[in-house]
Design a protein around this ligand. Structure first.
Ligand code: SAH
Length: 373
């Protein structure tokens, strides 16, 4: 049997991933052990899964298709639909952005952000790790260091939280971006399981094309992702067009320099036929001069690439300044004149510190200082 078929046979369904992780979170050694103890037949597990991921029930007690006895017994055993507990939820003054700080079972904290754009588009930005190991100079999460990988359900439940909130206003999540805390490709398997949970037509049901994974540029994982055969969007945090500039901002560039990274992106486009999005954070005097724009245009030339220029969200710790809007426009014009499709990200939620890692940094000053030392 070819290797690919074998891999597909052992891949768990979204429902299996969900039930297994929920059972373990309740202290059982496996989903099977929980099912045996409560005599849960497969259709019961399906009912639980659907209630949590499709109907978005608040808690086990509200799942009326289950008998009151079964609900009570599951609750007694610590079985819960939520694996992330909101600690703080802030809404921006314009009410378009809500940011949540969530506590996980072990006390780790992660952030997720809901952005309600004009029209009906709603994007939720979720975290894949508590902390981050990559230490990009401009990012608050990186400065506080790495805590741990998130489980697939812990990633998924951030989306579930906001989906439930939106439902009270008859709205839905239309897009998910893995642009919160952590490096998704450094927690590859759990992130792909979370994608399965988000996408499952029998559950949450969000189309692959509405999901974007953003990476610092881990070359082996980009190749692996290209081979997955999923229509999920890929975004690369490029941020600088030369190795010298990029290594100064992103230590990962020493491991995977721009030449290797662009090689992986080209292979991805060839293999998938899909576009790659490049994120480029605009920092005054660092990467926003004309020469940088031309060098960036050269890297982008002739391929299915799109540049997203990102106004910098000032973080308390970094001594960096964002590029002025007029200068961003000049930079964009140079790229467009070279034929590179370029958009400028609209900043949202600045009044609630909605950039990566900022809320956690504000609420945990001591943990943060300790990590910097
Ligand atoms: N580790 C992944 C995903 C998390 S960061 C990655 O690096 O892509 C998501 C995006 O937010 C990245 O492009 C990151 O560079 C950017 N970012 C981090 N800090 C920022 C800040 N202070 N202002 C604007 N964008 C920021």
């Amino acid at each position: 049997m070819p290797a690919r078929v074998i891999i597909e046979l052992v891949t768990k369904t979204a429902e299996q991933v969900w039930f297994e992780e929920k059972a373990r979170a309740a202290g059982f050694e496996s989903g099977g052990a929980l099912a045996r103890k409560h005599g849960l037949k497969p259709y019961r597990i399906k009912q639980l899964y659907r209630a949590a991921t499709k109907e978005l029930a608040g808690e086990v007690a509200q799942i009326s298709v289950l008998s009151a006895e079964l609900r009570a017994a599951l609750i007694d055993d610590g079985f819960a639909l939520e694996s992330v507990e909101p600690v703080v939820v802030q809404r921006s003054n314009d009410r378009q952005t809500s940011k949540g700080l969530f506590r996980l079972a072990d006390g780790s904290e992660v952030e997720a952000v809901l952005m309600e754009h004009h029209g009906n588009r709603t994007t939720v930005c979720i975290s894949s790790q508590a902390g981050c190991a990559f230490k990009c100079s401009f990012c608050s999460t990186g400065q506080a260091g790495f805590t741990r990988n998130l489980k697939a359900v812990e990633i998924f439940d951030q989306a579930r939280f906001f989906a439930r909130e939106l439902k009270t206003r008859d709205k839905k999540i239309t897009n998910i971006v893995f642009m919160g805390m952590g490096e998704p490709f450094h927690n590859y398997d759990a992130v792909m399981d979370a994608v399965r949970l988000l996408n499952d037509p029998n559950g949450f049901g969000l189309g692959h094309r509405h999901i974007t994974i953003s990476t610092v540029g881990l070359v082996p994982q980009i190749d692996r992702f290209a081979a997955e055969g999923v229509q999920v969007n890929l975004a690369i945090s490029l941020h600088a067009p030369t190795d010298q500039q990029r290594s100064a901002m992103m230590p990962v560039n020493q491991r995977y320099p721009i030449g290797e990274l662009m090689g992986a992106c080209a292979r991805y486009v060839t293999q998938t036929g899909r576009k790659v999005f490049f994120e480029y954070i605009m920092l005054a005097g660092v990467n926003d001069d004309d020469a940088s724009a031309r060098a960036l245009a050269n890297l982008m030339r002739g391929n299915l690439y799109h540049v997203n220029l990102i106004p910098y969200n000032a973080t308390p710790d970094a001594e960096l300044r964002g590029t002025a809007d007029v200068r961003i426009r000049v930079f964009q014009k140079i790229l467009e004149a070279a034929g590179v499709p370029t958009t400028v990200r609209v900043p949202m939620g600045r009044d609630i510190a909605a950039a990566c890692g900022q809320l956690r940094a504000e609420t945990q000053p001591r943990a943060h200082e300790a990590a910097v030392k």
